[in-house]
Design a protein around this ligand. Structure first.
Ligand SMILES: Nc1ncnc2c1ncn2[C@@H]1O[C@H](COP(=O)(O)OP(=O)(O)O)[C@@H](O)[C@H]1O
Ligand SMILES: [Mg+2]
Length: 238
């Protein structure tokens, strides 16, 4: 079995370890929960496990539909083996309904339908508050080339189609989400995570928020709500 050797990166919610195989890393999901670019941080018991299980299920589903990604297999309740990627310092966001920063930025009412879905790039830098950027910033600053940009947009929108359908079948609305991509041997893979920490999900009927907005807004039952989404999607959390 592949074992952790040393810490490669520690982020706000996860840690990455090197292994004896240079092409593989172990990703550990911690209970740390952060919001507002790391200004609000708390430990939420069990969140690491829920997110690791959740992510594994979604990544496997995406892989089966042709979205190549870094997930290999879980090795512990809160750990998985992933492909080592050279990450782009970019976040790819799709919005099906208005919520969060876009409401403030453009003066939109929450839940307004975005048709067609809106794609946005953000520069991944907490000290700058992850600012909105466009293709010109990405190429001018050498963060990715034009082909990479097209692939990231295409894969993000494809992921949206796949997951909107999946969540809808569980009576859930996928409001928006964030993806991060990286490269290995010149090919782009979906990396990082797809969990309720990085998406917005509402109950179809009541519009109850079931994602990290419960933490941001102090609504409580954060991990319980993540478990509720997982349960409805048939994800095994043990
Ligand atoms: N397959 C991968 N290979 C290398 N780095 C990765 C991979 N997947 C995710 N990462 C990076 O691991 C870091 C840790 O994740 P996280 O705790 O979410 O950090 P952050 O605080 O930057 O959001 C992030 O910088 C993320 O981009
Ligand atoms: Mg992160």
């Amino acid at each position: 079995m592949l074992e952790k050797i040393e810490i490669l990166k520690t982020g706000k919610a996860k840690a990455l370890y090197t292994t004896s195989d240079p092409s593989k890393l172990i990703m550990e999901y911690r209970d740390d929960t952060s919001a507002f670019d790391g200004k609000k941080i708390e430990q939420l018991a069990g969140k690491g496990t829920v997110n690791n299980r959740f992510n594994g299920h979604i990544m496997d589903h995406l892989q089966s539909k042709g979205v190549d990604n870094h997930h290999i297999e879980a090795t512990a309740p809160n750990e998985s083996i992933v492909m080592s990627l050279d990450m782009f310092p970019i976040e790819c966001v799709v919005r099906n309904f208005a919520a969060g920063s876009i409401c403030k930025r453009l003066g939109l009412e929450e839940a307004m339908v975005m048709e067609p879905p809106i794609f946005e790039f953000f520069y991944k830098d907490d000290s700058l508050g992850d600012p909105l950027i466009n293709d010109c910033h990405i190429t001018a600053f050498g963060w990715a080339n034009e082909d990479d940009i097209e692939v990231m947009k295409e894969l993000t929108l494809k992921t949206n189609d796949i997951l909107v359908t999946l969540f809808d079948s569980a009576d859930l609305i996928l409001v928006d989400f964030k993806l991060e991509f990286g490269k290995s041997d010149g090919k782009i893979y979906l990396g990082d995570e797809f969990t309720p920490d990085g998406c917005r999900v509402w109950d179809k009927e009541t519009k109850k928020k079931l994602d990290k907005d419960r933490f941001r807004l102090g609504l409580g039952d954060v991990v319980e709500s993540y478990q509720e989404i997982a349960h409805r999607l048939g994800i095994n959390l043990t």
